[in-house]
Design a binder for this molecule. Structure first.
Ligand code: NAD
Length: 251
């Protein structure tokens, strides 16, 4: 179908997981997609999808120069800020290094990319910015997600601020708040918990139990929400947290 024809879309962290699924879904809807990541090997595997409207290049969201070059190349109408990292532990476990790393990768990266794309969007009189938050953080607390939860709550504040300041310029800014999603890094987290608990089944069961639906999401299910927010179908929503969590926070 053709819900995104005529739109240029820049996706960060498109090498795997939700970013990859979203880049592919948006290309299938006719967008010109610029799929970026720091892992070029994973990014290159997108070529096997045979979508000629996906361009792939390296972009590091923690590097100002890399972001400036990437944004110049993509000149996007839609920005999907997907990059993020999950640290494990309570506030007592958290180190300054973890805090700084997560704040830089999960939050400041969005300031970098958003600052870089806004002038072009303002000039064209429109744009949609989609930020990856999480159900976990500002919507609901979860054990051992201190640093991560702080950063994902900050993403909500960043989103609302940008939405308010640019609403009269035709630019929308929303964030998405998924529950647990099957992705390569999530599988690593399951393995780590399995080591801790001495049982893979128990580790999996704990992650599944967060969602009253009794399962985790597929990345493609989150990508469908990204497509909606990228398209003009979502023209009347801005500044919001779009929760997609299998019922986790909705009880
Ligand atoms: P993932 O964690 O498996 O992959 C992350 C990708 O980010 C990798 O391809 C990696 O190379 C890339 N990356 C890391 N540092 C980067 C940098 N500096 N610049 C550019 N790219 C970089 O993917 P995922 O689990 O789908 O997570 C994607 C986003 O969704 C994250 O922000 C995550 O916090 C969020 N999220 C995930 C879940 C989940 O359960 N998987 C739930 C809610 C939110």
């Amino acid at each position: 179908s053709e819900r995104l024809v005529g739109k240029r879309v820049l996706v960060t962290a498109a090498g795997q997981g939700i970013g990859r699924a979203s880049a592919i879904a948006m290309a299938r809807e006719g967008a010109q997609v610029f799929a970026t990541d720091i892992n070029l090997e994973n990014l290159s595997s997108i070529r096997s999808e045979n979508l000629e409207n996906i361009e792939i290049f390296e972009m590091n969201v923690t590097d100002d120069t890399s972001v400036a070059q990437g944004v110049e190349r993509a000149n996007p109408d839609v920005l999907f800020n997907c990059a993020g990292f999950v640290h494990h532990g309570t506030i007592l476990d958290a180190t300054d290094e973890e805090w700084d790393f997560a704040m830089d990768l999960n939050v400041r990266s969005m300031m970098r990319t958003t600052k870089a794309v806004l002038p072009g969007m303002v000039e064209r009189g429109g744009g949609s910015i989609i930020n990856m938050s999480s159900a976990l953080g500002s919507i609901i607390g979860a054990p051992n997600r201190f640093v991560y939860g702080v950063t994902k709550a900050a993403v909500v504040g960043l989103t609302k601020s940008v939405a308010v300041d640019f609403i009269t310029k035709g630019i929308r800014c929303n964030c998405i708040c998924p529950g647990t999603v099957d992705s390569p890094s999530w599988r690593d987290r399951v393995e780590a918990l399995a080591q801790e608990l001495g049982s893979r089944e128990e580790a999996m069961a704990q992650f599944v139990a967060r969602q009253p639906m009794g399962r985790v999401a597929k990345a493609e299910e989150i990508a469908a929400l990204v497509v909606y927010l990228a398209s003009d179908e979502s023209a009347f929503t801005t500044g919001h947290t779009h929760i997609i969590d299998g019922g986790w926070s909705g009880q």
